[in-house]
Design a protein around this ligand. Structure first.
Ligand code: ADP
Length: 398
C-alpha cells in the first residue's frame, strides 16, 4: 500500500511517499514559500531530483503540484494517483480530544477546529492541509497523527499547573507536551535495540532539534514531558527560552515598555541559544565558535547542557529505574559536545558515557554508554514521517 505523509506548515508542505508495510521511501520532498516570491518544489524520487521554481499560490496549488510530480513517470513517479491509498497528516495540537491516531472524519475536523485557539500558528495550516487533501484525493482514507496524543497518558500531577483550578476547567490551561510522534518512535526503536518489550522498560527520551523536549516514559507510556501548554516550556532551544520565571514577562514589559505580544514573540523567536549568543540558533555554528574560544557560545552551551542535565536527573527520580536514555533530533543525534556536557559527572546516577564512542557517533542507532553504565545511553535517529506512515497503514490498511 502506498501511503503519502503530509506535514503542512503555514507556508510549506513537506511530503514523503512510503510503500507500506515494507517501509520503503518512494519519494520525499517539500514545497515552500507558498504565496511568496521564489516559491518552489524539491523532490527526490527513484534517484531523480526534481527542483521547480514557479509561482505556487497556496496550499491547494502546492498539493496539486506535489501530486503531478509524484505521478510524473518521466521523473521516476508512480504514474497513477489512484495508487496512493491512504494519507497521513501530522497535526500539532489535539488537546485532550485524542490520545491516539485516528481516521479523519468531519467530527475529528470539528474537534481540531475547536483547538485552534490553543495552537493558533500550527493547527490552521494542518487543517488546511486536511481540507485540500480531501479535495484532491476524494474517497481516500485520511489519518491524523497528533504531536500531543502520546502525552495524554500523563497523570494529573504532571500535567496540571499550580494555578487556579478554574483555568483548567474553563480554559483548558494545562500541560500538553509536544514531539509525541518522535518520542514514541524512538521509544519503540529503543525497546527493539534493547530486545525487551516496551511495556517492561523505563526510558528517558531527549528530542533535541530546533525545538527540544524530554520525556519520561514508563512501560511505553509518557508520564512527564518538558514542553507544556505551548512548546515554549522546558529545555533551552534554538530560539525559545524554555523554563523561565513567568513574572519575567511583566517585569520586562515594565522595564522596556514592550507589549506582552512582543515579549511573547521574543521569547519564542529571539531567545534560547540565539538570544544568549546574539549569533546563531544553529548548534553547529555555536560549537565551532566555542571551539575557537568564543566565550558566549561556550556559556550558552553550558546553560543548554546544564538545564538538560537537571531534567535528566528529575526524570530519573520520577521513573526510579531507567533502562535507557535516548538522544534524538539534529542536536541529540549529532552533538557529541552536548551529550558529553549534559552527562558529565552523571555516572553515579547511572549514565556513564563511553567518550570515544560518543565522540564519533552521528545519526545512527548506537549504544554510547560503557558496559558498566547502569542505564544504556542510546543515539537513535528519529523518523516522525515513518511513524505517521506506520500508524496510517495500520488504521487505513485494516
Ligand atoms: P528541526 O527541529 O527543525 O527538525 P533538527 O532536528 O534537524 O531540527 O535539528 C536542527 C539542529 O541540529 C540545528 O541546531 C543543527 O545545528 C543541529 N545539528 C545538525 N547537525 C549537527 C552536528 N553535526 N553537530 C551539532 N549540531 C548539529
Amino acid at each position: 500500500m502506498k501511503v503519502l505523509v503530509i506535514n503542512c506548515g503555514s507556508s510549506s508542505i513537506k511530503f514523503e511517499l512510503f510503500e507500506m508495510p515494507r517501509e520503503k521511501v518512494l519519494a520525499k520532498g517539500i514545497v515552500e514559500k507558498l504565496g511568496e516570491a521564489g516559491s518552489r518544489l524539491r523532490c527526490r524520487m527513484n534517484g531523480h531530483e526534481t527542483a521547480l521554481e514557479q509561482p505556487i499560490a497556496d496550499h491547494d496549488e502546492g498539493l496539486r503540484l506535489i501530486v503531478r510530480t509524484l505521478t510524473d513517470t518521466g521523473h521516476g513517479g508512480i504514474g497513477d494517483r489512484r495508487e496512493i491509498e491512504a494519507i497521513g497528516h501530522r497535526v500539532v495540537h489535539a488537546g485532550e480530544a485524542f490520545a491516539h491516531t485516528v481516521m479523519i472524519t468531519d467530527e475529528v475536523i470539528r474537534a481540531l477546529e475547536d483547538h485552534v485557539d490553543l495552537a493558533p500558528l500550527h493547527n490552521p495550516p494542518n487543517l488546511l492541509g486536511i481540507a485540500v487533501a480531501r479535495e484532491v484525493f476524494p474517497g481516500v482514507p485520511q489519518v491524523g497523527v497528533f504531536d500531543t496524543a502520546f502525552h495524554q497518558t500523563m497523570p494529573k500531577q504532571s500535567y496540571l499547573y499550580p494555578v487556579p483550578y478554574e483555568f483548567y476547567v474553563e480554559h483548558r490551561v494545562r500541560r500538553y507536551g509536544f514531539h509525541g510522534t518522535s518520542h514514541r518512535y524512538v521509544a519503540e526503536r529503543a525497546a527493539e535495540m534493547l530486545d525487551r518489550p516496551l511495556s517492561g522498560i523505563n526510558l528517558i527520551t531527549a528530542h533535541l532539534g530546533n525545538g527540544a523536549s524530554i520525556t519520561a516514559i514508563e512501560g511505553g507510556r509518557s508520564v512527564d514531558t518538558s514542553m507544556g501548554m505551548t512548546p515554549l516550556e522546558g529545555l533551552v532551544m534554538g530560539t525559545r527560552c524554555g523554563d523561565i520565571d513567568p513574572a519575567l514577562m511583566v517585569t520586562v514589559a515594565r522595564l522596556t515598555g514592550k507589549s506582552m505580544v512582543e515579549i511573547d514573540r521574543i521569547l519564542n523567536q529571539e531567545s534560547g541559544m540565539l538570544g544568549l549568543t546574539g549569533m546563531s540558533n544553529d548548534m553547529r555554528t555555536l560549537e565551532d565558535a566555542a571551539a575557537k574560544g568564543n566565550e558566549r557560545a561556550d556559556l550558552a552551551l553550558d546553560i543548554y547542557s546544564y538545564r538538560l542535565k537537571k531534567y535528566i536527573g528529575a526524570y530519573t527520580a520520577v521513573l526510579g529505574t531507567v533502562d535507557a536514555l535516548v538522544f534524538t533530533g539534529g542536536v541529540g543525534e549529532n552533538s557529541d559536545v552536548v551529550r558529553r556536557r549534559c552527562l558529565s559527572g552523571m555516572a553515579p546516577l547511572g549514565y556513564d558515557l563511553d567518550q570515544r564512542i560518543n565522540d564519533r557517533t552521528r545519526s545512527s542507532e548506537t549504544v554510547i554508554s560503557t558496559p558498566e553504565s547502569r542505564a544504556k545511553v542510546l543515539v537513535i535517529a528519529t523518523n516522525e514521517e515513518l511513524m505517521i506512515a506506520k500508524d496510517t497503514f495500520e488504521l487505513a490498511g485494516a
